[in-house]
Design a protein. Structure first.
Length: 209
């Protein structure tokens, strides 16, 4: 079962709350990275093409959602999206949330996500590639914004579903990179197990086709 598609009534409700400041903004979360920290050799979305499971996370809310799957793909219109699915742990049976932010790389290593299709627009996120030692493993620190919240986190992603397949030297590399950015890799970052997750759902919004 899937949910999370755009709802015009909910969209109007949210915009009203934001316009009249009915709810105070949440305290900003720490962003650990700058655009200039992105890898110099990541310059085109095609370099990220394919499926990436979130195997390790930093933000205890967003990065810990079960079955997080990112599928970077090129639409027939020529634009790139990140076809994202994740499970809502508060639903039984668990339902899946969908999003398809537009993806560009405005500067090396900076994967800019523009969530044009969700209710809390504008919502933007910069996923900064801080380490990609092999084709199968990547470490990204991210920072995002919407009218209610400035938020941030970090993820280790791979085509593999768990951290079990990560070579020791790559894990040590990620640990050193995390430490460089003031992050305790072993105590602040947690592991996700996607072993029993579905393969995700390809989700396209009409304006992108």
């Amino acid at each position: 079962m899937l949910y999370g598609q755009k709802n015009p009534l909910f969209d109007s409700f949210l915009k009203c709350i934001i316009k009249y400041k009915c709810v105070p903004p949440y305290p900003p979360q720490t962003c650990y990275v700058k655009d200039s920290d992105g890898l110099a050799n990541i310059t085109d979305p095609s370099q990220l093409s394919g499926v990436w499971w979130v195997n390790r996370g930093l933000n205890p809310q967003y990065d810990s959602y079960p079955c997080q799957r990112n599928d970077f793909m090129k639409e027939i219109s020529g634009v790139w999206i990140n076809n994202v699915t994740w499970g809502d742990p508060f639903t039984k049976p668990m339902q899946f949330v969908l999003a398809a932010p537009l993806v560009t790389i405005p500067s090396p290593g900076v994967v800019f996500h523009n969530y044009t299709s969700i209710d809390l627009t504008p919502q933007i996120e910069k996923w900064i590639v801080v380490s990609k030692p092999t084709a199968d493993w990547m470490f990204m620190l991210w920072c995002g914004y919407n009218p209610m919240l400035t938020y941030a986190g970090g993820i280790v992603v791979s085509p593999y579903r768990t951290m079990n397949n990560i070579p020791t030297w790559i894990n040590n590399t990620f640990r050193a990179v995390a430490n460089k950015h003031g992050i305790d890799y072993d105590n602040l970052m947690f592991a996700n197990d996607n072993t029993n997750c579905e393969n995700g759902v390809k989700h396209k919004f009409p304006q992108l086709i």
